[in-house]
Design a protein around this ligand. Sequence first.
Ligand SMILES: [Fe+2]
Length: 135
Amino acid sequence: MALINWSDEYSVKINSIDQQHSKLVELINQLHSAMKEGKGKEAIGRIVSELISYTKVHFTHEESLMVKHSYPGYLKHKSLHDELVNQVLEIEKELNSGKTVISQDVLNFLKKWLVEHIVGTDKLYTTFMNSKGVV
Ligand SMILES: [Fe+2]
């Protein structure tokens, strides 16, 4: 079973962002399967680095929409993004140095990280963005 099942509750009502969020869900699910299947460090490392680079692409997209439309919550939102990227880079560093392995704890952290950010922070911009014609 997948670690995260996409639900309508995660929709921010903006197509491009929903698509990117579901790709992030997919990458975390891939990591979960790879762990369950006992995949090696290299395979896990590849998914983690894809997760990090895609997260950056996604955050840049979201932030550029916020800047373009002068979203009032931009600065606070951006600082949460920066914090999240740093946390995941830290996990990558620990994985690379062998200090940690992908575990259920790490996966639960990633799941919580993504879901809480979408539901608690991203959804705050829905009404604003929709009112600017971003759908
Ligand atoms: Fe965000």
